[in-house]
Write a protein that binds this ligand. Sequence first.
Ligand code: PLP
Length: 416
Amino acid sequence: MVKKIVKDDAPALGSKDSPEDSKNSPDTKMVTAGRKPEWTGPVVNTPVWRASTHLYDSCDDLAQGVKRASDAEFFYGRRGSPTQWSLAKAITEMESPETSGAYGTLLFPSGVAAINIALLSILKPGDVLLMSDNCYDPSRGFANGLLKKMGIETRFFNPLIGAAIEDLFCDNTKAILMESPGSLTFEISDIPAICGAAKKHNIITLLDNTWATSYFFPALEKGVDISIIAATKYIVGHSDVMMGAVTSPEKYWLRLRKTARQLGQVVSPDDAYLAARGLRTMATRLKTHEQSALKVAHFLDARDDVKSILHPAFPSCPGHDIWQRDFRGSSGLFSVVISGSKKRAAAIIDDLTLFGIGFSWGGFESLALLVHPEQYRSVTQWDANDAVIRLHIGLEDSDDLITDLKRAFDKYKDMA
Ligand SMILES: *Cc1c(COP(=O)(O)O)cnc(C)c1O
């Protein structure tokens, strides 16, 4: 006989079965969340439950399981195991369910899958989606590709629009996808104002909260309906796993789950284990990313061959005052507009020794990328001649990073 580990009345992933957690600070929750004794057993971390088949006691037992279709209950590998449930629950807990109404988190094999499937679960042909003009390029690609083919229209809006977004609403406006700060250019949107306007018209708001995570911006508490994080970045934190997470209140839970299940979305227990392991140290890492990024940004800001710093904590960043009002901190990713050409920017990047050249960010290592915001804009302008370098400041000694940057910037000081 197979011994049952999870009770028949297993709670849904977001239910409040560890109320003592709610009193604790985000730093403490990051350590304690999702570590239920029935999942961890006698050890600290929820082990890797590698499984496709889950075994039942009897035919009747299986039939009951099918009928219940509950979340955190053994069923079949496609619905995960304690390894995935534990991570999902931890991410939900980080959104403060007691005050925000967060109910559960679905895990996806990438951040892109999380964003796009969240959109698919709420949009139907004929609907209009509003999307912030500084959204992540693949989100724009999905809107202009598959969504368009399905008869869903996307209209882009200025990320600084605030409550005036109401002027863009029409009878068919169904959802708003926001990203704050925006990819590449880092403008901060007035998320509470946009969500307030949307609520009046029953329009669903989604936020790509990858840069801040709920640690620096508790999205659901700020009025967002559905919060999305590319866990690939700071949650995993070690550049070795792709994953996405969607957290929602009960109101949207069943339709999100249904769409994810129909599309067969599942993450491996090994990846979930690594992501959970990353999460435990995320607060500590984020604080170091924040301090080092600020130090490097101030160093660059003081140079006369740097035109501007695109970092929400800098007064020059559009929406800086809103960042001060709404965010608990800043992470390690920002851009810098330098003087001279894109060729000069590329020469500097190529010459750096402590910064890797590659996509993604949020890992322990520093990265530099030549970016072209002008290619990803519809309703706002970006000067195509601007040479923009996006930096991810990792966990190396910030003085070493500054020495590396100073050497490369100086070397190409006179290059046009
Ligand atoms: C990287 C990223 C994503 C996508 O995540 P993947 O795991 O790479 O698919 C989505 N949004 C933002 C803002 C990102 O930086």
